[in-house]
Ligand binder design. Structure first.
Ligand code: ADP
Ligand code: MG
Length: 240
């Protein structure tokens, strides 16, 4: 899309840990409704960038704009209200609770009455877990648990959903389940995504666009085929 379709934009964003610069003015942008994958070597600053966007981390300097507003000083829950939702690297479903009980957690204090049941059903559908409503989450496969988490993150009706390594450690079949969930939410609900992922087959299957992060800065942007063909990208993965 054109510049007026920009959903998220960072400007001069810096995050330092002690003397170390993890985020170094990447000029990162996400368009409305786009499915962008964020790749780059270990330690490139991918997770840090997402945590700056959610407000988990405070930047050392710089700004984050969302939907035209400067959100840099907003606390995380205010960003959630504005439409930014994240599924973290660490799983957060409750194994003792059923799929339905887990599905109602994100909305339980926000939505009441008849709307609540409709939203719970929507969450289960978004997770692709129809028929598993009464199954304890601990009895789901690892892939199904990830699907449940994605459905739960989507239940807050975000415009932007951030996923940190959603298919790490999953089988090929389980990855397909996650890819189906992500593309369905993107296409049917128009949710924009930033997905951190290493697996190039998975990235090729889902991504509209790819950003390569290196040393906290944007190194390359393009389609997955452009990125895969780029010798400089290979070089940074090999550690120079
Ligand atoms: P990636 O997700 O791309 O692997 P991270 O964003 O997790 O990279 O980390 C980027 C760099 O910042 C790494 O060198 C990491 O050690 C450092 N870092 C990340 N979080 C912290 C923290 N809380 N304290 C100190 N250093 C951190
Ligand atoms: Mg990471």
């Amino acid at each position: 899309g054109d510049r007026s379709d920009t959903l998220l934009q960072t400007d001069g964003l810096i995050k330092q840990f002690g003397g170390f610069t993890a985020t170094d003015e990447p000029g990162f942008a996400v368009e409305e409704g786009e499915l962008r994958c964020l790749i780059g070597p270990n330690g490139a600053g991918k997770s840090t960038l997402l945590k700056l966007i959610t407000g988990t981390h405070e930047p050392t300097a710089g700004s984050i704009y969302y939907d035209g507003d400067d959100i840099t000083d907003l606390p995380p829950h205010e960003r959630v209200k504005r439409g930014i939702s994240m599924k973290f690297q660490v799983p957060s479903v409750y194994g003792d609770l059923t799929v339905r009980e887990n599905a109602q957690l994100p909305i339980q204090r926000l939505v009441t009455g008849d709307d609540r049941n409709r939203r719970i059903e929507e969450t289960i559908a978004a997770a692709g877990l129809e028929g598993y409503e009464d199954v304890p989450a601990s009895d789901l496969s690892h892939g199904q648990q990830q699907q449940l988490e994605i459905g739960m993150a989507a239940s807050l009706q975000p415009d932007l959903l951030l996923l940190d390594e959603p298919v790490a450690g999953l089988s090929v079949e389980e990855r397909r389940g996650i890819a189906d969930r992500v593309t369905a939410l993107n296409e049917e609900r128009g949710i924009a995504f930033v997905v951190i992922e290493h697996d190039t087959d998975f990235v090729a299957e889902i991504a509209d666009a790819v950003t390569v992060l290196h040393r906290g800065d944007v190194f390359r942007e393009g389609s997955i085929s452009e990125i895969e063909a780029d010798p400089e990208v290979r070089r940074i993965y090999l550690g120079e």
